[in-house]
Design a protein around this ligand. Sequence first.
Ligand code: HEM
Length: 455
Amino acid sequence: MTAVADPARVRPPGPSPWTAPVLLGRMARNRLDVMRTVAARHGDAVRLPLGPKTLWFFNHPDHAKHVLAENPGNYHKGIGLVHARRTLGDGLLTSEGELWTKQRKVIQPVFQARRIARQADAVAEESVRMAARLQRAVGAGPVDIRHEMTELTLGVLGRTLLDADLGEFGGIGAAFEAVQDQAIFEMMSLGAVPPWVPLPRQRRFRRARAELQEIVDRLVAHRRAQPGGIAGRDDVVSRLIESTSRETDPRVARQRMRDELVTLLLAGHETTASTLTWTFYLLDRHHEVWERMHAEAVEVLGDRNPTYEDLHRLRYTAMVVDEVMRLYPPVWLLPRIAQGDDVVGGWHVPAGADVVLCPYTLHRHPEFWPDPDRFDPDRFDPDRRADRPRYAYIPFGAGPRFCVGNNLGLMEAVFVLACVTRQLRLSLQPGYPVVPEPMLTLRVRGGLPMHVHEA
Ligand code: HEM
């Protein structure tokens, strides 16, 4: 049965369209603040006029449930992700319809918990190596933790998904930076500057995109050249080679492969790196939380490497990760475009509407999160989780487009934190201003310089 809009609720409240230029300016400076302010002022459904576009901003767990899980077929990926499509092509994050269904079937099995368990040793080794690297910085100058975490997560993806040392493929992190920069610019200018305008940023973007595609081509060639080729292998590259080999046009096959691998690399490294970076920042501000994590890591791991079974034992560390992703969800915005008319929370949503859900504001909604800005990992104690609606917390999205990499991302975050906190404590470079920067992911602007100390 199709829900019917309450005739009195045809148009959600929101700022007057006359304020659009001011709002656009404020969005460019502080998007998170604008989203929070309009939600606080206008409620859980807001019509947000932004010059050429109007956003339909929904901020209630029931709204998230409806858009992501109850009627997902009506919502394609929207603003921002549409622009990211220029980089990611029709990879899993940005594709729709039959292609998405087909590719999800190829890729998802690689990420099942059972399979991820087999990668635990590789992730543990990378985590221990990171702790050793930080250990060498004890007493030296500050280390940029955002940079370190980005290198780490790329390295883990290389080993777990691609069976390759990405360090040997050079320049991948810088190429992703240039690509993100362009995607955000397009998102913020709401597509007003067409891609053919010869801005230096455009040229950087094209170069970076070509570089990424070339890296992916080399990765695939490297895999094919290994003894035995892809026969009998069940990792993501082998599955993609196998599935694209059925394409009749080799150019389509090559593009499909590029799109999927660039997508997995981007979606898989920035998100986990952002979570880890914010965690180290928050641990420095909440020493009591660091103490509990340190004690847990020493008790559970002693001197040995973490194993998959330890994930259940490192319970407090996992709660800390959950709470960090509540306050700083790496994917802070979920944009969609309505394909047909719909009703969300009683409000009529016309076909073509730009709908946004915002995990950042939803995760700080005062009705579901008492004292929402306070960092309190005990909120994720299993006994307290039951008090909240399921869709009040959506760091990995929900419904059929739920993150494929959540098991890998969580395992990585818990292992790295346990390995680092058992032996080290990090403190922020005094006076350094930490500012959230909502790009494609929610990052720390300009990096995070921290000093490393023995625990
Ligand atoms: C802390 C870590 C992570 C977070 C917070 C996260 C978050 C998310 C979110 C919110 C979505 C849904 C986006 C939407 O509905 O528009 C998503 C999708 C996705 N994620 Fe993750 N992610 C993480 C780690 C990873 C990893 C490690 C990988 C791969 C190696 C990955 C690959 C993907 C892919 C391919 C999709 C698209 C799925 C689809 O549309 O079918 N993610 N992620």
